[in-house]
Design a protein around this ligand. Structure first.
Ligand SMILES: [Ca+2]
Ligand SMILES: [Ca+2]
Ligand SMILES: [Ca+2]
Ligand SMILES: [Ca+2]
Length: 398
């Protein structure tokens, strides 16, 4: 007698075998008197209800899609006595979601899917794909769990426990600061010409980030951003909401306060960072420098004495002698209207500079200067600057 093989978890089944003498095929009549015999047989069941998950570990990536996802299958081990449902759930939807089918369906991935196995489809493996999720945060590779089960439905399955997959979602974000120049190169002028650049973060911070932006030479350029005006350092604050919105920094060129120096185009650095606040930014992002060139506004000129237009009469006899002089001078049309730079107010002026400024007083030169009119807002501006610098004395003042 051979045991009957089935795939149902139907338990140990006991059945009976009846033995009796068949008179039609029996020649020995003495056996016709033998009574029937019943044999009880138990067929031991070897089908244990359960389900198989094809993976215990997997890797996804924040880039998502086919490359950033991982698929596995689920199948029942035995024919169920009724329909079996198995939920599949991501326990961290910020890192991975699940969808029935292939990675082509990642666009509709959810926190969980329900797999249904009937008494006829129980042996067909069903595919589930774990789709890596993007978070724009420099959060490193994160391990999370996808839970399969526990099953419900057929009684022999409803007692089973859930299984788990350990999934690692690879990070694709690197904290950093992007500085974008408004022009290349960044140039200001001693006439107060400005240059701008913008600053933004590359990844979403988990706590606020403050990026200090500091002029390396306040005698050549000071900074403004938002309500922070004409200062050595502006502090740009980035939150999880505005981290990718560029904030503009304006650099305003500075003129000499006293002695005008011609030809002094000065290049210096504005430093952006290092950031503070969010631990990832504070620990992994350094400072970067932005070169700024402040262009000179001092124009060499000449002073004639007597002034142009004067009539000098001499005689062909050579008896009459007249003299005139030509002296070099220079002017900066903004100097007179310029508010004193805080970094230079403490600088003692040399006698020569004072003397030169006196000599430069001839109105024929200065009155035609084109910049004087543009400086007229300086009284309000100068007052603001003065207050600002008093309250935040510059360690870089010279
Ligand atoms: Ca990330
Ligand atoms: Ca992540
Ligand atoms: Ca100059
Ligand atoms: Ca100048």
């Amino acid at each position: 007698m051979l045991p009957y093989y089935d795939v149902a978890s139907d338990g140990n089944v006991t059945y009976e075998i009846n033995l009796s003498v068949d008179p039609f095929f029996t020649d020995d009549v003495t056996y016709l008197e033998v009574p029937p015999v019943t044999i009880s047989v138990t067929n031991a069941d070897n089908d244990v209800p359960g389900f198989t998950v094809s993976k215990t570990t997997a890797t996804t990536s924040e880039i998502g899609g086919a490359t950033g996802s991982s698929s596995f299958t689920v199948v029942l081990n035995t024919a169920p006595t009724g329909t079996v449902t198995i939920p599949v759930q991501s326990l961290d939807v910020t890192e991975g979601k699940v969808v029935a089918g292939s990675s082509a369906s990642c666009g509709s991935a959810q926190a969980s899917v329900i797999l249904t196995f009937s008494t006829s489809s129980w042996s067909s493996a069903q595919t589930v794909t774990v789709c890596g999720q993007q978070d724009l945060v420099d959060d490193g590779n994160v391990i999370y769990t996808v839970q399969v089960g526990a099953p419900t439905g057929a009684a022999e399955y409803a007692t089973l426990l859930a299984k788990t997959l350990s999934v690692t979602n690879s990070d694709d974000d690197t904290a950093g600061i992007t500085v974008t120049a408004g022009t290349t190169p960044l140039v200001t002028t001693e006439n107060g010409g400005t240059a701008t650049f913008t600053v933004r973060l590359n990844t979403m911070p988990e706590t606020d980030v403050v990026v200090p932006v500091t002029s390396g030479n306040v005698a050549e350029g000071v900074l403004s951003s938002g309500t922070q005006n004409v200062v050595e350092t502006v502090n740009l604050t980035f939150t999880s909401s505005n981290w990718n919105t560029a904030q503009t920094v304006t650099v305003t060129g500075q003129d000499e306060v006293s002695t005008q120096v011609p030809g002094d185009n000065v290049t210096y650095n504005v430093t952006v960072g290092p950031p503070t606040g969010d631990p990832v930014y504070a620990s992994s992002v350094g400072a970067q420098t932005v070169p700024i060139t402040n262009l000179d506004n001092d124009i060499p000129t000449f002073v004639l004495s007597p002034p142009p237009g004067s009539l000098l009469t001499v005689s062909e006899t050579g008896v009459t002698t007249k003299t005139f002089s030509v002296t070099s001078a220079r002017h900066s049309s903004r100097a007179a209207a310029r508010p004193p730079s805080p970094s230079r107010r403490s600088t003692s002026r040399s006698p020569s500079s004072t003397g030169r400024r006196r000599r430069r007083s001839p109105s024929s030169v200065r009155s035609t200067a084109p910049w004087t009119g543009r400086r007229t807002p300086s009284s309000r501006w100068a007052g603001r600057r003065a207050r600002t610098w008093r309250s935040t004395p510059s360690p870089r003042a010279r």
